[in-house]
Design a binder for this molecule. Structure first.
Ligand code: PRX
Length: 653
């Protein structure tokens, strides 16, 4: 048995769930009487405008609905209900790369969101149910835009500011968005970068009836072209808006937002989240997993373009009435101590970040945390990828001073909130394990027939009962919802609907869950989900490329990095490798965004395929990672190619 780190007794005293006995009892109660458990939580946590009549409707499973008949508003839950007691408390503390700070109280946030909502309705003509694309940097107006959509009942579609015009256009078209909210630009590494010109580029090739209004927040003040009649200046409009707005009463099951994420095939899927179930779990998990209290100062470093930035960057901690920190820049700018300086300056009590960031901070400044007063920290969180023991131990000892529990939280865009995580006042922790499922969450590790695997054996990480914050479907593609998630692991019991996450996992010697990563053709680069197919289709557009297969290798900082196996067309054999690598990376920047780059390019004479022509990516992955292939090579159409690729790969590494 490996060493377990016990919760610190000081934190344990006031934690929501403060012993393993309490955790086990709660988990068992939720498992035996799920509707009683969820009913109690929903009544306790949500400010209902109208009470619901039914907790769970499974009659169309796996299309579930929760809290039917109820009405509420997410913006009320996150802001307005706190005003009576906490109107002068900071809701948002924002810091720019240059060190400029803005502090926004709950009262001020409520006024800003109301004014924003009035602009959306009165000036931009947005109505309940319309889709609004948000393409913004990390500034308070980004959170206001999301909350204003919630206030009026519009569905937001946040697109990560590092994605290209191509991706932005696809998402505008996929959701038939009516409006884009953006900023002129922002700063990274001390230099301005632009967003509005990318919006212009995206809209240039959009069907004319989509997105004919663009709301622009002036932020970095770099001059931008303004298209009269289409572009609206936020700062001018906001001056004349009323500071009140009556929130739209939303049905529990109304869609609150769509967020796209990569799957193993096809284009990214628009994951559809609802209102009541989503905010309930966002709030409750913020409370129990981070031990969030009203005096907490919570800093989630994720961009709002990802689900972590939605659930724990904005919604969950505000619903819990805490203060959130938003930082618009690079964690290591201008130096390796920046992250720790922010914690010291704003007395951050919980830090939530990704293993990639932890590894980078460790590499660039292993002793930096000791130069700052980090005594305000109580809980440390990690998310997005498996964390290696070295990074975990540095985070625990050097950042947390050996007194802050690390919550290694496993979840996904689809799950809406945490599924597997330690509880800081209860669960003994260890490096590399997200430990146990949260109360109400039924996690099982199964084989493809739905049979549980034995301890220590690899299996498929599944969730076998519905939960309120689960996504309800893929936008306009309910077949894909079933096929991608519910058709992979099949049980003989037709009434059992098994959600397969796409991840592999096993139970370790402590009975804890260890997530080993994706089992499909999805890569995890710096905690970002990218499908091999998306990257391959961009690379294949280069004139020299006849065939391509993309896999990931392990990487010290980004967890995984991209290896591209490329077969040239005839007559392209003498190309310079560096030139072609730069050209391919340029294509990836244009098609997807600068976050996706090929780390290793390997030119090969052919790709290993089955007789039916399917490329054996898993075999290529083993070769890229210098692992002994375990795949059955007898089905390969051209078996000699394997040895050739192995030799070329070894020479290239
Ligand atoms: O492979 C798992 C990995 O991230 C995937 C989900 O990615 P996304 O939907 O972008 O959401 C990321 C943030 C919630 C999962 O299928 N993943 C997430 N958390 C962990 C993880 N892998 C290991 N350990 C984790 N704690």
């Amino acid at each position: 048995m490996s060493k377990l780190y016990k919760p610190n007794s000081e934190l344990q005293k006031n934690a929501y769930i403060n012993s393993m006995d309490m955790y086990r009892q709660l988990w068992q109660h939720a498992d035996e009487q799920p509707e009683v458990y969820w009913d109690k939580l929903a009544k306790e946590k949500i400010n209902w405008i109208k009470p619901y009549s039914r907790v769970l409707n499974s009659s169309k499973a796996p299309f579930y609905s929760w809290f039917e008949g109820g009405k509420l508003n997410i913006a009320d839950q996150c802001i307005d209900r706190h005003l009576a007691k906490n109107s002068n408390k900071n809701a948002i503390i924002w810091e720019s790369e240059s060190g400029k700070t803005r502090k926004i109280t709950y009262k001020k946030l409520s006024v800003s969101v109301n004014k924003f909502a009035n602009i959306l309705i009165n000036d931009l003509g947005v109505k309940k149910g319309d889709r609004v694309v948000i393409y913004m940097p990390i500034i308070p107006e980004a959170a206001c835009a999301m909350l204003a959509c919630a206030k009026i009942g519009a569905i937001h579609v946040v697109v990560f500011g590092g994605f290209s015009a191509e991706v932005l256009r696809e998402r505008i078209i996929d959701t038939k968005a009516k409006v884009v909210i953006t900023a002129d630009g922002a700063y990274r590494h001390g230099k301005p970068y632009m967003l509005k010109p990318i919006v212009d580029q995206a809209l240039n090739e959009c069907p004319a009836d989509l997105c004919n209004k663009v709301l622009v927040v002036k932020h970095n003040k770099v001059e931008i072209p303004f298209i009269s009649g289409r572009d609206y200046d936020y700062q001018s409009l906001v001056k004349s808006q009323k500071s009140t707005f009556k929130s739209e009463p939303m049905d529990s099951e109304d869609i609150s937002f769509i967020l796209h994420t990569s799957g193993s095939t096809g284009k990214p899927k628009g994951i559809q989240h609802t209102t009541a179930g989503y905010i309930l779990w966002a709030q409750y998990t913020s409370e129990i997993v981070f031990d969030l209290k009203e005096d907490s100062v919570f800093w989630c470093t994720a961009d709002i373009g990802w689900i972590t930035g939605h659930t724990y960057g904005v919604y969950g901690p505000l619903a819990a009435g805490a203060t959130i920190v938003m930082y618009e820049g690079v964690l290591t700018y201008p130096d390796a101590g920046r992250c720790w300086k922010i914690i010291e300056k704003h007395h951050v009590t919980q830090l939530y970040t990704a293993p990639t960031a932890i590894r980078l901070l460790h590499k660039v400044g292993p002793n930096e945390p000791s130069k700052y007063d980090l005594s305000s920290l109580k809980v440390l969180g990690t998310v997005g990828e498996p964390i290696n023991p070295e990074a975990w131990l540095w985070y625990y000892n050097s950042v947390g001073g050996g007194r802050c529990p690390i919550v290694d939280t496993w979840w996904q865009t689809e799950t809406g909130g945490h599924m597997i995580s330690p509880l800081p006042g209860a669960t003994p922790i260890k490096p590399g394990s997200a430990t146990l499922p949260l109360p109400g969450i039924s996690v099982e590790i199964l084989d493809v027939n739905g049979t549980p695997v034995s301890q220590g054996s690899q299996g498929l990480l599944c969730i076998t009962k519905p939960w309120p914050s689960m996504f309800r479907s893929v936008w306009h593609d309910s077949d894909r919802y079933i096929k991608s998630y519910y058709d992979v692991v099949k049980s003989s019991d037709k009434n059992r609907h098994i959600y397969f996450s796409g991840d592999g996992a096993y139970y370790d010697e402590n009975g804890y869950i260890v997530v080993t990563g994706r089992t499909d053709d999805v890569m995890n680069i710096s905690g970002h989900r990218v499908s091999s197919a998306e990257v391959e289709s961009a690379i294949a557009s280069h004139l020299a490329v006849a065939e391509v297969a993309v896999v990931s290798q392990l990487d010290d900082i980004s967890g995984e990095s991209i290896v591209a196996y490329v077969v040239y067309h005839n007559n392209y054999d003498n190309l310079n490798m560096l030139t072609i690598l730069n050209e391919l990376n340029q294509i990836l920047t244009t098609e997807i965004g600068p976050i996706i780059k090929i780390k290793r390019l390997i030119i090969v004479p052919g790709l290993p395929k089955t007789r039916s022509g399917k490329v054996l990516r898993r075999l290529l992955r083993s070769i890229a990672r210098d692992e002994q292939p375990t795949q059955d090579l007898s089905t390969i159409e051209n078996p000699t190619i394997v040895k050739i690729i192995q030799d070329i790969s070894q020479k290239a590494s």
